[in-house]
Unconditional design. Structure first.
Length: 106
């Protein structure tokens, strides 16, 4: 599956727009990560536990986007965008969305 933040796929022609596809995941904080984050906030620097958590969440959201596009019979997803929101204290959602398309195979 090809997916891109561009509105088209270079070298490919879009023959049909299938529709909007999404993928999301809600991730909660972990007590161990919170303790380390508290210590890091004192001395500064990257909070690697949170970076890893958000990277994993983003990967899950993208895989769900691709699964959604496959279910609709798409060849690619164009114009993908990411968004985040706080669901409740201690958890957040990462959502990815885009336009599923079929490519001209000729």
């Amino acid at each position: 599956m090809i997916y891109s933040t561009l509105e088209s796929i270079p070298g490919k022609e879009i023959k049909e727009v299938v529709g909007i596809v999404t993928g999301n995941v809600v991730q909660a904080k972990h007590i161990g990560r919170d303790i380390m984050a508290g210590l890091k906030s004192i001395v500064g620097g990257e909070i690697r536990g949170y970076t890893e958590m958000l990277t994993d969440a983003r990967d899950i959201a993208v895989s769900r986007l691709i699964e959604n596009a496959h279910q609709k019979g798409a060849d690619a997803v164009v114009g993908i965008r990411f968004t985040t929101s706080t669901i409740m204290d201690g958890s957040s959602e990462i959502m990815v969305f885009g336009t599923a398309v079929k490519l001209n195979t000729e």
